[in-house]
Design a protein around this ligand. Structure first.
Ligand SMILES: [Zn+2]
Length: 491
């Protein structure tokens, strides 16, 4: 995604060196954030509205050009087990750029709904889409309905306009719903972390791309490092018992991934390649059907694809997948950042002076960690305090802040942060590094975020969603991730 591309520029523009430095990290967690104890009180779904023994896999093709969108059903399949949410199934937590909803045909009751983003929508903003029509694969997992049900897929643009909507009826007794499985059965896989029963926790599958059979040990090592890295960040660290990470040892016939710029094309499991949309470092796979075919036998809801390459690149798409190059020095901070996109729907907090128009400044974006101030109260307004609001001006204006708060006119900070050059592990002992981690930053409104230097605000001087040299998520992102985890695991 563009999110990834802009991240690259940040790497090379202002941040010289990046690496994983999270083990010593401490994070300022807003009070009463974790809903202690509630997790142990998860109830069974009170009313059985769907068949918890099966997943309905829906394969679609999204096609069109810059101005037209078509959604078509390609095929349906049945998987053993349902590993998605068993709580809050009938409500969305974030809107996303697309929504899929399963509705009981008789009662019109919503059985399940989820939001997503898609590579197709991003492609529609490229110049190629002005002259070409293209088709993209998309896969969604929903619980198998107990009776006939409607599935509705909707796509929404940055200005909140519905660009396409498609509804079709699913009969769970349809003989053409193919039961499928995969050679990668659980006994061939390894759990990198097991927080609990798959029915109650968030199941993340880590799959290899471009690892040959002889390289699977390298894959397991990379998968373990990835898991450990994500779980070293708050709030994942404190809520690790809500996650499973399973490594699925998918084999590719050739080692590495395709790099079109070098005319290097490899036969790999998911046919991923750099130069997506002609952007050199944009590494994605368009073969979502192949990806989900490989995962059909394991419990999974979220997907992290590790690419066996030291060429730098990757991307993260909400409720679709993370794909990152596993073998370069930035791999670990990047995979955490991208998981912030794909799991929690976080926005990028970085920006450029000549930023893109990926957001409509007359609308409030749905991502929780940026705001256009159109509806700031829906964001982190409640985290602003008298002291916090004035942090960027050395305490000036404290007396006025109470009045500002009362009048709902949050003060806009002018403080900025340009990163720190941390080069080696030894540098972690340097005062500059200590200052970075323990910096007395305050939640506020900092102009610049979502690729734009003006008109969009972020909550904190820096964050994992802004800068890969900063080893923490900011407090607003910590809260957003926490809320997402609770959405999955607490009724
Ligand atoms: Zn943040």
């Amino acid at each position: 995604m563009r999110k990834f591309l802009t991240l690259i520029a940040l790497f090379f523009a202002s941040v010289k060196m990046l690496f994983a430095i999270s083990s010593q990290a401490k994070v300022e967690v807003p009070g009463a954030l974790f809903n202690e104890g509630a997790y142990s009180h998860i109830k069974e779904v009170p009313e059985v509205l769907f068949n918890q023994n099966y997943t309905l896999r829906l394969d679609y093709v999204f096609s069109g050009d810059a101005h037209h969108t078509e959604i078509s059903l390609a095929k349906m399949a049945r998987l053993e087990g349902w590993w998605g949410r068993n709580v809050n199934t009938d409500r969305l937590h974030l809107r996303g750029n697309g929504i899929i909803t399963l509705t009981d045909s008789a009662t019109r009751k919503v059985l399940y709904t989820n939001s997503f983003s898609t590579l197709f929508s991003e492609w529609q903003s490229t110049s190629e889409a002005l002259t070409t029509r293209k088709a993209f694969e998309n896969v969604f997992l929903v619980p198998m309905p107990a009776a006939k049900a409607y599935v509705t897929v909707e796509l929404i643009d940055k200005s909140d306009n519905l660009t396409a909507s498609f509804t079709h009826l699913v009969n769970p007794a349809d003989i053409l719903i193919r039961p499928i499985t995969s050679p990668y059965t659980p006994d061939r896989c390894r759990y990198m972390h097991k927080g609990g029963d798959s029915r109650n926790v968030i199941d993340v599958a880590i799959v290899g791309e471009g690892y040959t059979k002889e390289e699977l040990d390298i894959f397991y090592r990379d998968a373990k490092q990835t898991t450990d890295e994500i779980l070293s960040y708050e709030p994942f660290k404190s809520l690790a018992d809500r996650f499973n990470f399973i490594a699925v040892p998918v084999e590719s016939s050739e080692s590495g991934v395709s790099i079109p710029l070098k005319n290097e094309w490899k036969q790999t499991a998911f046919s991923s390649h750099f130069s997506t949309f002609y952007s050199d470092r944009y590494l994605t796979t368009l073969n979502l059907f192949d990806l989900h075919d490989a995962l059909a036998a394991v419990p999974y809801e979220h997907i992290i694809i590790l690419a066996n390459t030291d060429n730098y690149g990757g991307g993260g798409i909400l409720n679709s997948y993370v794909l990152t190059a596993a073998h370069n020095r930035w791999a670990m901070p990047v995979v955490v950042h991208e998981f912030g996109h794909s799991f929690a729907g976080l926005a990028d907090e970085y920006f450029y002076d000549d930023g893109t128009d990926q957001y409509d400044l007359t609308k409030e974006p749905w991502e929780q960690n940026i705001t256009t101030l159109v509806n700031f109260e829906s964001k982190w307004y409640d985290l602003l305090s008298q002291e916090l609001e004035t942090s960027s001006e050395n305490g000036k204006g404290k007396a006025k802040s109470r009045e500002r708060r009362k009048n709902k006119q949050p003060k806009i900070g002018t403080g900025d942060y340009y990163g720190i050059e941390v080069v080696t592990k030894a540098d972690q002992a340097l005062p500059a590094y200590k200052t970075l981690v323990e910096a007395d930053y305050k939640v506020g409104l900092y102009e610049g975020g979502g690729y734009l230097s003006k008109g969009i605000y972020r909550p904190y001087p820096t964050c994992r969603m802004r800068d890969n040299s900063y080893p923490l998520f900011c407090p607003v992102c910590v809260r957003a991730i926490t809320r997402m985890i609770e959405y999955y695991t607490i009724q």
